[in-house]
Design a protein around this ligand. Structure first.
Ligand SMILES: Nc1ncnc2c1ncn2[C@@H]1O[C@H](COP(=O)(O)OS(=O)(=O)O)[C@@H](OP(=O)(O)O)[C@H]1O
Length: 589
C-alpha cells in the first residue's frame, strides 16, 4: 500500500498536475478567443436573469469591469472542469436541497470544513457558486438539466478523493451540492433520484414569511429591481368572505382566517392563471424533458414563485416520493441558529462523515441580509402568515412535529399523510419502491389561493361517506372561476385516507386540492368536492369519477366527488378525477 501511494505520488501526481495546467491553458484560450464562452455566459445569464441587473446597478465602468471579470472567470472555471472531466467521477453523496434563505450557505460552509467533504467546484471566491451548482435549474441550458456527465463537471476531481481517503485517511470522501433553489423546483427531486438514487437529502426550513422577506431583502440589496411593491408596504383592500366575493376577480391571495376566507386585492399577490398553470406544469416535467425557456424569468421575477417556494409541503413531498424517508433529514432554521454545533454534528452523522475528524468552529452567518432596519409591514406579514398556515400545518403533519414558528402556533402535528410510494423505475431510480414512503398526494396538489368564490345551491354537493347529503342548513360555496386548466389534474384513480383534525383544515386542504365545493360553515359534516372544470362529460377518461360512484354535471362542468363527510377527525378522501388537462404549460414558452 505504501509503495502504491509512493508510486502515485511520484508518477501520477506530476502527470495530473501537467494535465491540469494544460486544461487551464485551453480553458483560457477558449474563454478569450472562441464563441463557446459567449454562449456559456449567455446560458448563465438566462438561468440567473438578475445577474445583468447587478452589473447595471454598479454603474457603467464598475459594472462592465465586474462583468468581464466574472464572465471570464466563470468560463475559465467551467472549461477547466470540462476538460478535466475524465478525472471527475463523483456525483453528490448528499444534497442540501434548500430552501432558499434557510441557512444553507452556513451549513455548507460548516460541512466543507470536514476533510472528507467537498462542495461544488464552482468559482472558489464566490459565496454562492462555490456551494451551489444550479445545475437542475438549467445553468448549462434548458436542454441539459438532466445529463449526468455534465453534472459531474461541478464536482472535484479524483485528486480530492485520493487526498482525503489515502493521504489524510479521514474516511470515505463525499461531495455535495447545496443549491437551495433546487428544493423550490418541483421537478428536481425526480431528476436527482435518477442520477443519484442513493443520495441523502438535507432540507432546511424556516418560517416561510421570514424566508420570503429575507429573499426580497437579498434581491433589493443586490440592486435588482423587483417587479413587485416591497413587502414593507401596507396591504391594500382586504375583503372578507361574503357577498362581495362574487365580484372578486380571480387570482388574489386568499386565506382562511378563523372562519373566514379572506381575499386581497393587492396586486402584489395577484395570481394569474398562467402563473398557476406554469407552476403546476413544473410538477409534470419528465426527467429528460427540456426546461421551459421562460422558467428562470418566471421563477425569479414573480412574487408568486417566491411565495410558492415557501409552501414547503408539496415540494418536500417530492423528495419523500423519490427517496426513502431514512435518506431525508429536515433541519429547522430555528434549531440551526440556536444549536449550530449540535445540528452540524447531526448532519455529519446523517451523511456518514466521521465527526472525529471535525473540529467545530463558529462561522459568520452566510448570505446574511442587510435589512437596514426594514421590516415587513404588519398587514402583509399577517396576511402571509395566514396564507401559509395550511401549508405549514400540512408540513407539520408530514414531519409529525411542531416547528415552533412565530405565527404558526396551534397547528396540527398529527403525523398522517405521506404513505404511498412512487414507482422508482419511473424516475430511473434503483431504490426499491417498497422502501419508499411518499406523500399520498399528486404531483401538483398545490394550494390554489386564486379562486373566485360564488354562493351555490346545495345540489352541487353530494355526500359520499355515510349515507346522506349535507344537512340542509349547510351553505355551499363553489369555486368555479377561473376554470383553470391544471386545476383538476392528477389524483386519477388514487385514493387515500387523510386525517384532518379539524373541519377547518379540510377547507384548507380543499384549497390545496383544486377547485373547491365545500361548506362555508365548517361542521362535523363538512364535505368537499372538486370540480373538473372542462373534462368531457362522456369521456372514457372519467373512470375515476365512476369509480367513486359520484358524478354529476352542473353548468357544463363535470363534478368529481372527492371526499365525503368528516366525522370531526377523519375524512375519507377518495380521489376521483376527470381527465387531466392539456396545455399545462400555459404561461411558459
Ligand atoms: N448562524 C446563523 N445565525 C443566524 N442567521 C443565519 C445563520 N446562518 C445563516 N443565517 C441566515 O440565513 C439566511 C441565508 O440563508 P441561505 O444561506 O440559505 O441563503 S441563500 O438562499 O443561499 O441565498 C440569512 O438570513 P437573513 O439575514 O434573514 O437574510 C442569514 O443571516
Amino acid at each position: 500500500m505504501l509503495l502504491y501511494n509512493l508510486l502515485l505520488l511520484l508518477v501520477g501526481l506530476p502527470v495530473l498536475i501537467l494535465y491540469w495546467l494544460v486544461a487551464h491553458l485551453l480553458a483560457w484560450i477558449i474563454t478569450f478567443t472562441v464563441i463557446p464562452s459567449r454562449l456559456l455566459s449567455r446560458k448563465l445569464n438566462w438561468a440567473c436573469p438578475f445577474i445583468p441587473q447587478i452589473w447595471l446597478h454598479m454603474g457603467h465602468f464598475r459594472g462592465t469591469a465586474t462583468r468581464i471579470g466574472f464572465e471570464a472567470s466563470y468560463c475559465i472555471n467551467f472549461f477547466t472542469r470540462l476538460f478535466t472531466l475524465p478525472i471527475r467521477t463523483g456525483l453528490p453523496s448528499f444534497y442540501i436541497v434548500g430552501f432558499p434563505k434557510c441557512g444553507t450557505t452556513s451549513l455548507a460552509e460548516h460541512l466543507k470544513r470536514h476533510p472528507a467533504l467537498s462542495g461544488t467546484a464552482g468559482l472558489p471566491y464566490h459565496e454562492a457558486l462555490s456551494k451551489e451548482s444550479h445545475f437542475f435549474e438549467g445553468v448549462l441550458g434548458p436542454k441539459h438539466a438532466h445529463q449526468g456527465w455534465l453534472y459531474r463537471t461541478f464536482f472535484p476531481t479524483l485528486i480530492s478523493k485520493w487526498w482525503a481517503e489515502k493521504v489524510l485517511g479521514v474516511g470515505k470522501w463525499m461531495c455535495f451540492d447545496a443549491c437551495p433553489v433546487h428544493a423550490c423546483l418541483p421537478y428536481v427531486a425526480k431528476r436527482m433520484a435518477k442520477l443519484t438514487p442513493e443520495a441523502k437529502i438535507i432540507v432546511m426550513l424556516r418560517n416561510p414569511v421570514q424566508g420570503l422577506f429575507s429573499a426580497e431583502i437579498m434581491f433589493r440589496d443586490m440592486g435588482i429591481k423587483l417587479p413587485w411593491k416591497s413587502l414593507t408596504e401596507e396591504l391594500t383592500h382586504e375583503r372578507s368572505l361574503g357577498a362581495s366575493l362574487t365580484s372578486g376577480g380571480p387570482g388574489r391571495l386568499s386565506y382562511i382566517n378563523g372562519d373566514d376566507l379572506t381575499m386581497f386585492d393587492d396586486p402584489r399577490f395577484d395570481v394569474r392563471d398562467e402563473a398557476v398553470s406554469a407552476w403546476q406544469s413544473l410538477y409534470k416535467l419528465e426527467v429528460e424533458e427540456d426546461l421551459p425557456y421562460s422558467l428562470p424569468e418566471f421563477f425569479y421575477f414573480h412574487l408568486y414563485s417566491h411565495m410558492k417556494c415557501g409552501e414547503y409541503a408539496p415540494l418536500i413531498e417530492q423528495y419523500y416520493k423519490y427517496f426513502p424517508p431514512e435518506n431525508i433529514m429536515v433541519v429547522n432554521f430555528s434549531d440551526f441558529i440556536l444549536k449550530t454545533e449540535l445540528v452540524v454534528k447531526e448532519v455529519l452523522h446523517f451523511v456518514g462523515a466521521d465527526s472525529q475528524h471535525f473540529t467545530y468552529q463558529t462561522l459568520h452567518a452566510g448570505m446574511k441580509g442587510n435589512y437596514h432596519g426594514l421590516v415587513m409591514h404588519p398587514t402583509v406579514a399577517s396576511a402571509l402568515t395566514a396564507h401559509y398556515r395550511p401549508s405549514v400545518e400540512r408540513l407539520q403533519q408530514i414531519l409529525g412535529k411542531d416547528l415552533g414558528w412565530e405565527g404558526f402556533e396551534g397547528l396540527s402535528v398529527t403525523k398522517t399523510i405521506p404513505q404511498p410510494h412512487r414507482n422508482a423505475s419511473e424516475a430511473g431510480s434503483s431504490n426499491s419502491a417498497s422502501t419508499h414512503q411518499t406523500a399520498g398526494l399528486p404531483d401538483d396538489t398545490l394550494p390554489r389561493p386564486d379562486q373566485r368564490l360564488q354562493q351555490k345551491g346545495s345540489q352541487l354537493f353530494r355526500s359520499q361517506k355515510g349515507s346522506g347529503a349535507l344537512p340542509p342548513e349547510e351553505t355551499l360555496v363553489t369555486v368555479e372561476e377561473p376554470p383553470l386548466q391544471a386545476g383538476c389534474h392528477p389524483l386519477l384513480g388514487q385514493s387515500a385516507i387523510v386525517n384532518y383534525p379539524t373541519p377547518h383544515s379540510i377547507l384548507q386542504a380543499a384549497g390545496q386540492y383544486g377547485h373547491l365545493v365545500t361548506s362555508a360553515t365548517p361542521s362535523p359534516h363538512l364535505a368537499l368536492q372538486l370540480i373538473c372544470p372542462d373534462a368531457p362529460v362522456d369521456s372514457d377518461e372519467d373512470a375515476g369519477c365512476e369509480a367513486a360512484g359520484d358524478r354529476s354535471v352542473v353548468a357544463g362542468t363535470e363534478q368529481c366527488i372527492v371526499s365525503a363527510a368528516t366525522q370531526e377527525k377523519d375524512v375519507a378522501v377518495t380521489t376521483a378525477w376527470g381527465s387531466p388537462h392539456s396545455n399545462m404549460t400555459a404561461g411558459m414558452d
